[in-house]
Design a protein around this ligand. Sequence first.
Ligand SMILES: Nc1ncnc2c1ncn2[C@@H]1O[C@H](COP(=O)(O)OP(=O)(O)OP(=O)(O)O)[C@@H](O)[C@H]1O
Ligand SMILES: [Mg+2]
Length: 319
Amino acid sequence: MTAPVPVLELRNVTKTYKVPQGYFKPMATLTAVGGVSLTVARGEVHALVGESGSGKSTLAKMLLGLIPASSGEILIDGVPIAKTDRREVARRIQPVFQDPYSSLNPRKSVADLIALPLVAHGIGMPAERQAKVFEMLDAVGLPRRVIDAYPNQLSGGQRQRVAIARALIMRPDVLICDEPTSALDVSVQAQILNLLMDLKREFKLTYFFISHNLAVVEHLADRVAVMYLGRIVEERSRAGLFEAPRHPYSQALLDSVLTPDPELGMPEAGITGAFPNPIAPPPGCTFHPRCPRASDRCKVEVPKAAAVPDGFATCHLAA
Ligand SMILES: Nc1ncnc2c1ncn2[C@@H]1O[C@H](COP(=O)(O)OP(=O)(O)OP(=O)(O)O)[C@@H](O)[C@H]1O
Ligand SMILES: [Mg+2]
């Protein structure tokens, strides 16, 4: 029996940027994503966690086809994204971003906002479009009367529901959720997360779910990738990671969940030193300056992904 083709596959994907260093200085190369290989199976919730600046959103934008990879390959159902029509990518993979206010044009009504993908793809006559918009409003739990409202007349949670309705109207296979609830009031975060999980069943979706909230990830992810400075340091089943993390960075992150306020984001528990400058990453294992268990080998030799139960860890100690 052959394994089913993953809905998303990343093969050694990198993204580099040329960034100015100041007057009269040459441009520097910043590696935002440095050689990520991952597979996302159909129907799963694949979470991505990591500190601010680790490259999560850059990876999300490449998966959405919004920015090209510098090298490597991204495949949708086994077909390279670079060889797939942009509109076809947009039909199959849709985003839900952190801040629905900045992702929704304030001068458009809810009807226009939700129908936008249909218009862009030239689908349906106005009456059909309106019927689909109503269907989507029902699906995301918004009353039909908001159809003529504008974003500033809605609450944050309602705006995120509009953004989700728009993401779903083309019946995509995959939603890329980049911190979908972190801009919302704590009281509505759970409602939106529950809605996403209901919609996943109803629309048979696959989620690539970026979050800095490990409590949320533990609650809803099937698999989890931990990112550090543009690389995946550990990729495991949820149970594998949360019960016995193998990378010292993952261990430190999980320890920090036990701190009084997990809402504070990625904390420093157990990790000394600051997040390194991505223009001049440390040699060897890029985590070694902050790693409580680093040896001399870690300072010079880049670790390879080593198999651990239910996944891999990119650490000399895990091998
Ligand atoms: N267009 C760009 N030009 C130059 N550098 C960029 C660009 N976009 C992102 N970067 C850099 O790439 C790195 C990764 O950024 P990214 O936004 O992907 O991180 P992130 O993990 O999403 O962080 P956060 O949790 O704060 O959203 C950062 O060092 C960032 O400064
Ligand atoms: Mg981001």
